[in-house]
Design a protein around this ligand. Structure first.
Ligand code: ZN
Length: 426
C-alpha cells in the first residue's frame, strides 16, 4: 500500500539524486576537515527555501578547528503550526580519505546501474539527502503539522564528533526539552534499526629499557623484549577472557558481540629510516617500545573494569619480571550507548518499515561508535537511533556507492515516521 506521502517522495527521485550528487561533489575530507563552511552554506540555501530557520555554528577551539579548517555545523529548524514534539535528523557531513583502488571518480557522483558512486555516498550523504527529501515532502503534504522538524549537518564524526555533535550537545541543541526524537541516517540498511553501539577505550602503553651497545645487550635493558612480555600476557590471558564475554546487544557482525581489542601500532628502538636512505642501522639496545591499543567493550563491561584488567596485567609483570617498567597513557574513551526497543522513535520507525517495506525490521547495534554517544551522554537524550540507506560494509571502501532505490525507500520510511510523530492523532 502506497500512501500519498510515499507517492510524492517517489516522484522526487530526480531531486533526491541531484541533491546527493551536489553533496558528494563538495569534498568534505576529514582530516583535515575541509569545505565544512561550503557544505553548510549549500544546505542553508536549500533548507531556507523550504521554510527552515537555520543557524551556522562554528565549534571554536575543538580539535582541528583553525582559520584554515574551521569546524562549521548547521542546524535547520522548521516549526509546525501548533505545539508538539521535535524530530531531529542528524547527519555528519565529513567523509574519510579516498584511499586507493577506485574505478570511479571519488567526487564525481557518477551514476551507474542504479547506484551513485563516490566518497561519502553511503557514509552518509545519501542518508542526509534522503532525510531532507522526506522532511521537505512531509511539510508540503502536511503544512499544518504540529511540533517541529530539525535537520543538522555536523562536522568531524569520523574523528570523534567533538567539533560536531558533541559541541552542539554541550551548547544545548540536543536538550530533551527542545528535541524529543533523533534519527541518525547512517548506512545501517533500509530495513534495520540500529539501537546503539559498543564503547571504546584507546590507550598507549610504553615499556621502558636502557640503551647500550647491541653487542652487549646485558649492559642495557631491551624495551622490545619487555613489550613482548606484555603481548604474551595479552595473548594468554586478555584475548581469551574477552572472547568469552558476550553481549545482549544485537551487535553486527556476529564477531563483535564479544569484547575485542586491536593493537593499532607498535614502535620500538630506532626510528625507521626514510625509504631513500640506504645506510645500515647502528647497534643499539632499544630503550623504549610503544603500542597503541583500541579496546572495544560491551554494555555489560564497566569502563573501570576495561582499564583495570589491562593495568592489572602490567602491574603483574612489574612484580614478576626483572626491571619491568611501563607507562600507560589513556588517549580517549567512549561509553556504549543503547536505546530501549520500546522507545517511541524505535517503535515509530519499526512500524514505518513494516508499512513501507512489508517486513518487520531487524534490530542491530554497531561495533564502532557514532554520534549517538554524544546525544546520549552529553545531551541526555535517550530516544535516538541510527536509521538510513546504504550498506555499512561499503563505508570507507573504494567505489563506495548508494543505491538510488534504497534512498527512496528509506526516505519513505522517514516520511511515514514523521506522519506518526507530528500529525494529530484522531
Ligand atoms: Zn558515518
Amino acid at each position: 500500500m502506497t500512501s500519498t506521502l510515499s507517492t510524492a517522495i517517489i516522484a522526487k527521485r530526480d531531486d533526491l539524486i541531484a541533491l546527493t550528487q551536489d553533496l558528494i561533489r563538495i569534498p568534505t575530507l576529514n582530516p583535515p576537515g575541509q569545505d565544512y563552511r561550503l557544505i553548510c552554506e549549500y544546505l542553508d540555501t536549500r533548507l531556507r527555501k523550504h521554510g527552515f530557520e537555520t543557524q551556522l555554528i562554528r565549534a571554536f577551539g575543538t580539535p582541528g578547528d583553525s582559520e584554515k579548517y574551521p569546524r562549521w555545523n548547521i542546524i535547520a529548524r522548521r516549526e509546525g503550526r501548533r505545539a508538539g514534539e521535535c524530530v531531529h535528523f542528524n547527519s555528519h557531513t565529513d567523509v574519510v580519505e579516498v584511499g586507493a583502488g577506485w574505478t570511479f571518480d571519488p567526487f564525481g557522483a557518477e551514476i551507474s546501474d542504479g547506484k551513485i558512486y563516490g566518497r561519502g555516498t553511503c557514509d552518509m550523504k545519501g542518508g542526509l539527502a534522503a532525510s531532507i527529501i522526506a522532511a521537505e515532502t512531509f511539510i508540503e503534504q502536511h503544512p499544518d503539522f504540529s511540533g517541529a522538524i530539525e535537520i543538522s549537518g555536523t562536522a568531524d564524526e569520523e574523528s570523534g564528533g567533538y567539533g560536531g555533535v558533541a559541541y552542539l550537545a554541550e551548547h544545548g541543541h540536543f536538550n530533551p526539552d527542545r528535541v524529543q526524537h533523533v534519527i541518525i541516517p547512517e548506512p545501517l540498511q533500509k530495513d534495520r534499526i540500529c539501537l546503539g553501539h559498543r564503547g571504546g577505550w584507546w590507550a598507549e602503553i610504553e615499556t621502558k629499557g636502557e640503551i647500550a651497545h647491541g653487542s652487549m645487550p646485558f649492559l642495557g635493558d631491551c624495551a622490545v623484549r619487555h613489550m613482548g612480555a606484555v603481548l604474551s600476557e595479552f595473548e594468554n590471558k586478555l584475548f581469551p577472557a574477552m572472547a568469552a564475554r558476550h553481549t545482549d546487544m544485537p551487535v553486527v557482525p556476529e564477531g563483535a558481540r564479544s569484547s575485542t581489542m586491536n593493537i593499532n601500532s607498535i614502535h620500538g628502538g630506532q626510528k625507521e629510516n626514510d625509504p631513500d636512505f640506504d645506510g645500515l642501522p647502528a647497534h643499539c639496545v632499544p630503550d623504549s617500545c610503544r603500542i597503541t591499543i583500541d579496546r572495544r567493550f560491551l554494555l555489560e563491561e564497566p569502563l573501570d573494569q576495561v582499564r583495570g584488567e589491562v593495568r592489572a596485567l602490567l602491574e603483574g609483570l612489574r612484580e614478576t619480571r626483572v626491571d619491568f617498567d611501563y607507562e600507560l597513557t589513556e588517549l580517549n574513551s567512549v561509553l556504549p550507548s543503547m536505546t530501549d526497543r520500546d522507545a517511541p522513535v524505535v517503535q515509530t520507525v519499526a512500524h514505518a518499515i513494516e508499512d513501507i517495506m512489508g517486513k518487520a525490521p531487524e534490530y542491530v547495534a554497531s561495533p564502532g561508535s557514532y554520534d549517538q554517544k554524544h546525544i546520549d551522554r552529553i545531551g541526555k537524550l535517550k530516544n535516538c537511533i541510527a536509521y538510513g540507506p546504504g550498506l555499512l560494509e561499503l563505508a570507507h571502501k573504494p567505489d563506495e556507492y548508494i543505491g538510488i532505490d534504497d534512498m527512496v525507500d528509506s526516505a519513505c520510511v522517514m516520511g511515514a515516521a514523521l506522519e506518526t510523530l507530528l500529525l494529530p492523532k484522531d
